[in-house]
Structure formats: C-alpha cells, structure tokens
Design a protein around this ligand. Structure first.
Ligand code: KG4
Ligand code: ZN
Length: 356
C-alpha cells in the first residue's frame, strides 16, 4: 500500500495496547492486553503491579499488532506513543519500549497526549469537522473541551477532585458489589448501572455540587461523601457489617448514578451555553462528542441526550471499544499529526517522561 502506516502504543493506565493504522484510519491490526481483572481483585490499581504487567506484555502486544496487520517495522512511517497523562510507572514502560523501537528501526516518533487521542478517536470513524465540544469521562479523567484542531484544545472544565468512573468504582467497592453474583466480573461503573436498573433513585435525593460555580469544572468527592454517609446510616439501621447491606443497594446505585449523570449533564449544559454565547461552535451541525469508559453508561448517555436535544447539538459517542483505552486511538492520533506534520520527532530524540 502507498498509504503511510502508523504504529500506536498505549500503556498509560491498565491496558497494554498496540495497533497499526493506515492513513485513512483503517485498522490493519491491533492487540490489547487488559489488566482490569487483576486490578478488580486487588480493589484498585497498584501502580507497581500495573507497571510489571505492562513490562511482561508490551513486546508481545506490539508484535501481535504488527503480525496481524502483516506489516514489517521497516514499512512504518512513524510510531506514536502515549507520553502523558497517566500513571508514571505505566507510561514509562511504553515510552522506554517505543524509544528503543524507533532507534532500532530509524522511525520518527510522535509523542501522544492521551486526552487528545480520546477526543480525536471519533474522527477515525466518521468525518467530524473542527470545532466540536467534547466530554471525556472515565476512571482517570473528566473534562470538557472545545476541540479546535488536532493539537488545539480549549479546556472548559476538569474535575477538581476525582473522576466519575473512580467515584462509581469506589461506591461499588464500599457496597462490595463484586460479591453480587451478577457483578463479579463487572467494573464498578458497570455494576452500579446494572443494579440501578432495579432501583428507585428518588429514595435518596443526593445533591449535585457546584450549582453556584460559574465554570464548567466537576467535583465528585462530595457526591461520594453523601453516598458513603447514607451507606453507613443504613448499615447501622440494619445492624449489619460494613459492605453487607441488603435492603437498599439497588436504590443507592440508582441514586448515585442519577446524581453523577445530572452533575455531568448540568456542567455540559453550561459548556454548551458558553460555546453558543461566544460563537465557539459552528451553527451548522454543532456536535458534542462523548467518550471514555463512563460513556458506555446508558443512563448517563440519556441524560446528555436531553441536553443536546434541548440545545440543538448532535451527540456522537464512539462504540464502547473505542471509548476505552487502546492502541488504535493512539495510532489514529499519530495519523492525524502525521497528516499535519505536527509534533513529529526524529528517532534519536530523548523524550522525557512528563506526568501531566
Ligand atoms: O476508559 P476506561 O476503560 O479506563 C480509564 O479509566 O481510563 O474507563 C474505566 C472506567 C471505570 O471507572 C469504570 O467503572 C467506568 O469507566 N465504567 C462505567 C461503565 N463501564 C465502565 N461507568 C459507568 N457505567 C458503565 N457502564
Ligand atoms: Zn483513557
């Protein structure tokens, strides 16, 4: 093929991912090793464990992606790798591997910002012209931004404490949802979504924070605090041990999910109004892109649909496998940068790890 080929490598958190894409965004081959099951068992990510698992898997994952795409390293036009943000120990493995790889094969190196990659993934699947509004929500991030170009983002808001996925994971752990038969293999967010289906969200009217804060930032710690207080109260009432509540787990899950969803919806609504007031979005087909692991939550999607329908925006959400971390989104970001000739480094440049 005469199209340029990019190898993408992702190790910022708990997925070791690699993929080879051509310039049109066609996925020629991909491989992914997830550590999620391990971290679920230890009740959260232990950075040294994550690092060790990346170390054990990176070589094989990259090799598999290359083999599946039937591409030799010499045929690549560039290697793109996540360099920030993320867990330092995890990022280090991908960066070290990539730097060795590009030196060995004399390939240009494209350092990738993980959030930029999440935001751009949708453009691999369909034409979405700049500018567009983007909401990224996962276990590690929560932000609202206007994507104005491949390397041009206007940050409108970010979380002041924890990310919504992290909140859902912590609530799920506090309720020991992993011990529920239907939830044993689910992430915290998935478990909350499942149990919430049979819950009454009105039984616990949690408050959404920051009603008087005139920006688009988020805060989830206060929501979690209200939920935890309620759980403790119910445990005392029932006279049961911590994490063994029986009677109202579904209602707590439903109320938590609803409160997280309304907070996200309210802050997104503010962002839309701000964009409209300042002419930051096109009048023709303005778009909100929703991505990140939490975006697969149907209740949260519905809440955002209400906002986009009320404000005349078009809501786009990539399929779940492209919303979560993988090598494909990193390779795609590499393609976008290669096309515009932005941020491409020669093979021998030392890229130093930066956490933020
Ligand atoms: O994007 P992701 O796979 O990894 C990063 O955090 O970067 O997102 C994982 C997060 C976890 O916190 C998980 O609980 C949450 O996304 N999540 C969900 C759902 N599926 C995954 N949260 C709410 N509803 C879901 N269906
Ligand atoms: Zn991510």
């Amino acid at each position: 093929s005469c199209s340029r080929l990019v190898l993408g490598i992702e190790t910022s958190c708990d997925e070791t991912g690699a993929a080879v894409l051509d310039e049109t965004g066609e996925i020629l081959g991909e491989a992914l090793h997830s550590q999620k099951e391990v971290h679920l068992r230890t009740g959260g990510i232990i950075p040294t464990v994550a690092q060790q698992l990346h170390r054990e898997n990176i070589q094989r994952v990259v090799q598999e992606a290359l083999e599946r795409s039937n591409v030799e390293p010499r045929q690549l036009s560039a290697v793109a790798t996540t360099v920030k943000p993320g867990l330092g120990l995890s990022l280090g493995i991908g960066l070290e591997f990539s730097q060795r790889f590009v030196r060995q094969h004399h390939k240009p190196f494209i350092p990738i910002h993980h959030m930029e990659a999440h935001a751009l993934t949708v453009r691999m699947l369909q034409p979405v012209p700049f500018p567009f509004l983007v909401l990224l929500v996962s276990g590690g991030h929560s932000l609202l931004a206007v994507a104005r170009g491949v390397d041009d983002f206007m940050l409108l808001g970010h979380t002041l404490d924890e990310a919504p996925g992290d909140t859902l994971d912590k609530v799920a752990r506090r309720l020991s949802l992993i011990k529920h038969p239907q939830c044993s293999t689910l992430s915290g967010g998935q478990a909350v979504e499942l149990l919430a289906k049979d819950g009454d969200r009105t039984r616990f009217p949690f408050r959404t924070p920051m009603g008087q804060t005139y920006d688009c930032c988020f805060s989830f710690a206060g929501i979690r605090n209200q939920v935890t207080t309620t759980i403790i109260k119910k445990e005392v009432e029932e006279g049961v041990e911590q994490g063994t509540l029986l009677s109202c787990v579904n209602d707590i899950a439903a109320a938590t999910q609803h409160t997280v969803a309304s907070h996200l919806a309210k802050r997104t609504h503010r962002a839309v109004m701000f964009c409209k007031a300042n002419g930051l979005l096109p009048s023709d087909n303005p778009t909100l892109v929703l991505s990140g692991g939490v975006a697969s939550n149907q209740y949260i999607r519905k809440a955002l649909t209400i906002i986009t329908e009320a404000t005349g925006l078009h809501l786009l959400c990539p399929p779940a496998k492209f919303c979560t971390d993988n090598g494909v989104m990193i390779a795609w970001n590499g393609v976008e940068r290669l096309r515009e000739g932005k941020g491409i480094l020669p093979p021998n440049v030392d890229v130093i790890y930066e956490p933020k």
